[in-house]
Design a protein around this ligand. Structure first.
Ligand SMILES: [Ca+2]
Length: 104
């Protein structure tokens, strides 16, 4: 399997691993989202026990405001994290190349 296919499979597996824990098996509750963030993205985002921060993130992700984060809403989170990582990756690459960032 290619790297990208592996990455997609792992992202899907991570979602269902956590969504299956309580209530609706196809969506993340706030508790499940917290667990997923800490387990899968804790190294990147820092493990958060800040309830207000989690509440805000959950509200922002819950696009249709049904009190659950479904797969589509989760993919939005993954896309945002990928974009953040890409910024760091680009900064790192330009630092290594000894060049200034292309823009600004
Ligand atoms: Ca939702």
């Amino acid at each position: 399997m290619s790297k990208c296919q592996q990455a997609v499979s792992l992202l899907i597996a991570a979602f269902y691993e956590h969504s299956g824990k309580e209530g609706d098996k196809l969506t993340l509750s706030k508790g499940e989202l917290k667990e997923l963030l800490n387990k899968e993205f804790g190294d990147l985002l820092g493990k958060s026990s800040d309830q207000a921060k989690l509440d805000k993130m959950f509200k922002d992700l819950d696009n249709n405001q049904d009190g659950k984060v479904d797969f589509q809403e989760y993919v939005t989170l993954v896309a945002c994290i990928a974009m953040l990582c890409n910024e760091f990756f680009c900064e790192d690459q330009s630092a290594k190349a000894g060049t200034k960032a292309a823009k600004k």
